[in-house]
Write a protein that binds this ligand. Structure first.
Ligand code: G2I
Length: 452
């Protein structure tokens, strides 16, 4: 008995030392979103509002993905077509689609040298700086509480000039335009993760190192930045140092996300598998977004770089991604616990439970004056879950304004959060996460979890 206990504790210590390895038998997810959710991550797609009426397209979207990025609808030309007049119709269609299916939303992109409205293209100096910061403030405020992560600034670094900035009208307003944009975005939506996003930064090279130095500088000076997006528009394969590059950014204290993945070329399936494994191996890699659903939806016309063919059939690349998501150990993304979940049955701590093995829930908060984002971890007990409901006591005076990876009934008092289609099934001892944003102060007690 003692020997068994000792060897168990050795296992436990080893798991703690590894930091991010969880016990529990992972259950194979049958969709990209479900499989990613079992690893505490999202799997998203860039989508177009104009295609939501296409039932094949929307069918794949709703079945497979748990995050979306508007491909064009949140860009400056779309949201502020004339100065000071904002237009959110198409973006709102995507937001509604995502919210009604419990999907996260990556906002793309507040400032970029491309797809500026013509009135901004013709501006310079302080007039442009003021217009740009006003744009960030207005759009981030409008979507406050609904966006998981914003690409605050997109593609501001140059190709082939040793890691320096790209020339643009925005850059000519002064080198501090990026940090000004991040500060404005934080003030407008304190609950959104704020990302810098770029391409040709997928390996360790001069451009990615320029961005690395900017992020390090921002962190040292308290400029609010939470994440770096790696677009990963790839040909044939990812660079051999892809994972190492993600890791060096994560080590600066930011999340990393693969934001616009598409891969052309003959070794597509194995390349998709390698990118997936790289993200899973970096604990702060919180999710992957592919830049379109079917090959025919891709901006890379004729290159067939996506996971579904023109008819919506799964390709070999799809299977490679799903297999990669379903293999390997459980890992916890940023903000998650660093202690292992025991593999042996333990008493649940989350209050009254139903179902054979019960479940428990813990909440972690990112709070600011007047609001918060809550991340809730739902852990199955000694038996698998086929569904769960978590009840959270919301402090009086506050309300839930949005939720992702769960649906809520009610917004104040005791709010019940129920699993969505892709994360109701949780293997014994394994865990999944959902989140919500609220006004007022965040919940303080331990939520209760009911299994089904
Ligand atoms: O260029 C690929 C991506 C690189 N990273 C930033 C992304 O935002 C960018 O996305 C693409 C969209 O996929 C395209 O759909 O950005 C392009 C613009 O630079 C988008 O293309 C534009 C066309 O240029 C317009 O003519 C068209 O009206 O799409 C618009 C909407 O269909």
């Amino acid at each position: 008995m003692r020997r068994t206990l000792m060897s168990l504790s050795v296992v436990a210590v080893a798991a703690v030392a590894a930091g991010t390895v969880l016990g529990g038998v992972a259950q194979a997810g049958t969709t990209l979103g479900a499989a990613a959710a079992e690893k505490g991550r999202y799997y998203g797609a860039a989508i177009a509002a104009g295609k939501l009426g296409d039932s094949v397209y929307t069918g794949i979207l709703n079945r497979e993905f748990n995050s979306v990025t508007p491909e064009n609808e949140m860009k400056w030309d779309a949201t502020e077509p004339s100065q000071g007049r904002f237009s959110y119709g198409n973006a709102d269609r995507i937001v509604s689609q995502a919210q009604s299916h419990g999907m996260r939303i990556r906002g793309h992109a507040l400032l970029w040298h491309q797809q500026q409205p013509s009135w901004a293209q013709g501006m310079s100096g302080s007039a442009l700086r003021n217009a740009a910061i006003n744009h960030v403030t207005q759009v981030a405020t409008y979507y406050r509480g609904k966006i998981y992560a914003w690409d605050v600034v997109n593609e501001a670094f140059a190709d082939g000039n040793g890691g320096g900035r790209r020339d643009s009208n925005l850059q000519r307003t002064g080198n501090d335009w990026i940090e000004a944009a991040f500060r404005a975005a934080r003030a407008a939506d304190p609950g959104a993760k704020l990302c810098y996003n770029d391409y040709n930064t997928d390996g360790i090279n001069a451009k990615s190192t320029g961005i690395y130095n900017m992020v390090r500088d921002f962190k040292s000076r308290g400029v609010p930045i939470d994440c770096v997006g790696f677009q990963s528009h790839l040909t044939n394969s990812a660079p051999s140092d892809y994972q190492a590059n993600l890791q060096r950014f994560a080590d600066l204290g930011v999340d990393v996300q693969i934001t616009e993945l598409d891969i052309s070329g003959g070794s597509q399936a194995s390349a998709y598998g390698a990118v997936t494994r790289a993200c899973l191996a970096v604990s702060r890699c919180t999710g992957i977004t592919v830049w379109g659903i079917r090959d025919s939806d891709s901006w890379r016309t004729g290159q067939n770089p996506l996971l579904f063919d023109n008819s919506g059939n799964k390709k070999a690349a799809y299977t490679a991604v799903l297999d990669a998501l379903n293999s390997g150990g459980m890992t916890v993304p940023t903000g998650g616990p660093t202690t292992p979940v025991p593999t042996t049955p333990v008493p649940t701590t989350g209050g009254p439970t139903q179902g054979p093995g019960g479940c428990s829930a813990t909440v972690s908060l990112n709070s600011w004056s007047g609001g918060y984002v809550a991340t809730v971890r739902v852990t199955a007990g000694s038996a698998p879950l086929t569904g769960w409901t978590v009840n959270v006591a919301i402090p009086s005076g506050g309300a839930v304004t949005s939720a992702w990876s769960a649906t809520n009934s009610g917004t104040s008092g005791t709010v019940a959060f129920r699993n969505v289609s892709y994360n109701g099934t949780v293997a014994a001892g394994a865990a999944t996460e959902f989140g919500f944003q609220g006004t007022g102060s965040g919940p303080t007690g331990t939520p209760t979890c009911a299994a089904s």
